[in-house]
Design a protein around this ligand. Structure first.
Ligand code: SF4
Length: 375
């Protein structure tokens, strides 16, 4: 197989959001230039693989703390290690307070053709409740400047289900999305991670997230609103217009091979899934010694591969073929629909997707072990 996707993790942030459990450093012991030099050393270790990249994704952290010049130089250097001649999609995650027109122009010239803007909410109240440090005006400016600079593929990230969110608050998000008309929307439900300040408060009862019923209503309004605005959902948390699905993420969700570089990055190739260390000093140390900065590496057996692919494909709106209905237990079939020969969870049940997917996986692992037992 050929590796067509590369994820690069840039772990720097100018502040730490209270709900964030990504690997992001406000005070890094390693500077930007040194870090990108280590990224390239890591890339060198994979030079001999069959890599012809079609997608490149710079995520974080806040990749746009790097200047467009630094990002451009990184892409050029990666081009001297991997074959980038077939590159179709180059995404950079951008925090709204970081870049303006001039930087966006430079970024486009550096070969980046897709932006993922971390708006999170178009309501000041929402941003405050999420503990974000940027304001709505900064998001609007960043979006408009990016469009004026020439970006034709812009995605916006939204978070819902944060403490104190009411059903009617989702209208503010929908109204702004309707006005700005981004090509892609990712809407994630807030996850209270126990290793984050906000997660601890939620789990400890000090902060309250919306109750199940309210959350259901928020979600209902969200997907119906996005649908009304012409967005098509293609994954549990992702919507696109005009064929602008994220090509890079689609590689993950269809179990294609991809490479991950940088602190905490993941990769999958040759049936192996690996994860890099989350500690930037361990990352630097391993690479200084010419070693891969791995924290984990697992060889997936046939059953693992089947389960993982099934799980990922169930998250896609039309990830399975109609013949795969046999993988769905009878009692759950009402949650699914078939269209054009493809099978997926019905839109109105997507909020229950985690529960549905768990049950489908359990059913299939029981089925597989029975088949093995019966020879
Ligand atoms: S900007 Fe993003 S990566 Fe950085 S702390 Fe906030 S949520 Fe985490």
């Amino acid at each position: 197989m050929m590796i067509r996707g590369l994820y690069v993790h840039i772990p720097f942030c100018s502040y730490k959001c209270p709900y964030c459990d990504f690997t992001s450093l406000v005070r890094s012991p390693v500077g930007f230039e040194d870090y990108t030099a280590f990224l390239l050393r890591e890339a060198e270790l994979y030079r001999d693989l069959n890599i012809r990249l079609e997608t490149l994704y710079l995520g974080g952290g806040t990749p746009t703390l790097l200047s467009p010049g630094q990002i451009g130089a990184l892409i050029d250097e990666l081009g001297s290690i991997f074959d980038l001649s077939g590159l179709k999609e180059v995404t950079v995650e951008c925090n709204p307070e970081t870049y303006r027109f001039g930087e966006f122009r430079e970024l486009l010239r550096a070969g980046v053709n897709r932006l993922s803007l971390g708006v999170q909410s178009f309501s000041e109240e929402g941003l405050k409740r999420l503990g974000r440090e940027h304001g709505v005006q900064e998001s609007l400016e960043a979006y408009i400047h990016a469009r004026d600079a020439g970006f034709e593929n812009v995605s916006i990230d939204i978070i819902y289900g944060y403490p104190g969110q009411r059903v009617e608050d989702i209208e503010i998000e929908l109204e702004s999305i309707g006005e700005l008309n981004p090509d892609h929307v990712s809407a994630y439900m807030l996850t209270p991670h126990e290793n984050t300040p906000m997660g601890m408060k939620i789990l400890g009862g000090e902060l309250e997230i919306p109750e199940e019923e309210t959350l259901g209503d928020i979600y209902d309004r969200l997907w119906k609103g996005l649908k009304g605005l012409g967005y098509e959902r293609y994954e549990v948390s992702n919507w696109a217009k005009g064929g602008k699905e994220c090509k890079h993420n689609l590689l993950y969700w269809t179990m294609e091979e991809f490479l991950g570089l940088g602190v905490s990055a993941w990769g999958f190739f040759g049936g192996r899934r690996y994860g890099n260390t989350k500690n930037v000093m361990s990352y630097v140390k391993a690479l200084s010694e010419g070693k891969k900065p791995l924290q984990s590496e697992v060889l997936l057996n046939e059953e693992d591969l089947f389960e993982e692919e099934l799980m990922l494909r169930l998250r896609l709106k039309w990830g399975l073929g109609e013949e795969d209905m046999e993988l769905i237990p009878e009692r759950l079939r009402g949650f699914f629909e078939i269209k054009g020969g493809r099978l997926g969870i019905r839109e109105e049940y997507m909020l229950l997707s985690n529960e549905i997917i768990t049950e489908v996986l359990l059913y299939n692992s029981d089925r597989n072990s029975t088949e093995v037992r019966n020879g």
